[in-house]
Design a protein around this ligand. Structure first.
Ligand code: NAD
Length: 260
């Protein structure tokens, strides 16, 4: 196991990805950030993590719908760090619509970003991980990788797909010290979800409190959002030597959603 570890986290300019990047930096690991956003704000995040934790933090804005850009992202990380020990496939988008109205372009984008990009990143890092006898691939799936909700056909298909991909990669890495796990969060109050609260309240003609309590947390027995720090802590643990026998698993962190 290299020390410090070198990690690539896709979609880490916001939300869960940024939380995981922060958790990794706090462990003293070098980080490659990725994702969209205001260049000035991203540079502020990058430099802030570097200053606070004294680690190397890079940024590459590869579009996860573009295989060539994904390959360049991994190549840049390998050149800068010498190797990639940890890959977190986190970038994702959502679109909510009845299937008969679901735009084809949204279906294609969700499958590309939430599922196919993980194939391209994993393909690019896997030979090196196997050769060195250590690697950690973590796929940020969702409770929707295990159960469905209506109007989220592309998202649920992609998330079930990535749970299956996780199992295959676990089998391929098993004798080489390379684990692959999926993390399946319930609702996490990221900027994306926060924006949905106001939109949903408007669409349903109910209060924002009711959206949170009855619509979003209706599924979550704990009646509270999952925190990004909780997901980051699980990701850190999955990267440890103590987790070397944990592979091919889908780890629910959903306040009990999938239990009922
Ligand atoms: P978010 O919108 O806060 O972050 C998404 C990240 O992905 C951002 O950095 C964004 O720039 C990036 N991204 C989007 N399209 C991209 C593209 N084409 N190329 C590169 N980067 C791109 O959302 P989040 O809630 O933090 O979601 C992160 C992951 O967690 C997603 O895979 C999502 O499906 C999953 N998830 C979220 C929740 C939740 O409740 N928030 C629950 C379960 C799973």
């Amino acid at each position: 196991m290299a020390s410090p570890l070198n990690a690539v986290i896709t979609g880490s300019t916001s939300g869960i990805g940024l939380g995981i990047a922060t958790g990794f930096a706090a462990e003293g690991w070098n980080i490659m950030l990725n994702g969209f956003g205001d260049p000035g704000e991203i540079e502020g995040v990058r430099a802030g993590l570097e200053d606070k934790y004294g680690v190397k933090v890079l940024y590459n804005g590869a579009d996860m719908t573009k295989p060539e850009e994904i390959r360049n992202l991994i190549a840049e990380a390998e050149t800068a760090f010498g190797q990639v020990d940890v890959l977190v496939n986190n970038a994702g988008i959502q679109h909510v619509s009845p299937v008969e109205d679901f735009p084809e372009a949204k279906w294609d984008a969700i499958i590309a970003i939430n599922l196919t990009s993980a194939f391209h990143t994993t393909k690019a890092v896997f030979a090196g991980m196997k050769k060195r006898g250590f690697g950690r691939v973590i796929n940020i799936a969702s409770a929707h990788g295990l159960v469905a909700s209506p109007f989220k056909s592309a998202y649920v298909a992609a998330k079930h797909g990535i749970v299956g991909f996780t199992k295959t990669i676990a089998l391929e890495g098993a004798e080489h010290g390379v684990t692959c796990n999926a993390i399946c969060p319930g609702y996490v109050k990221t900027p994306l979800v926060e924006n949905q609260i106001a939109d949903t309240a408007k669409a349903r003609g109910i209060s924002e409190e009711s959206v949170v309590k009855d619509v979003m947390l209706g599924e979550q027995p704990t009646k509270k959002f999952v925190e990004v720090e909780e997901i980051a802590a699980l990701a850190v643990f999955l990267c440890s030597e103590s987790a070397s026998s944990i592979t091919g698993a889908a780890h629910q962190i959903d306040g009990g959603w999938v239990a009922h």
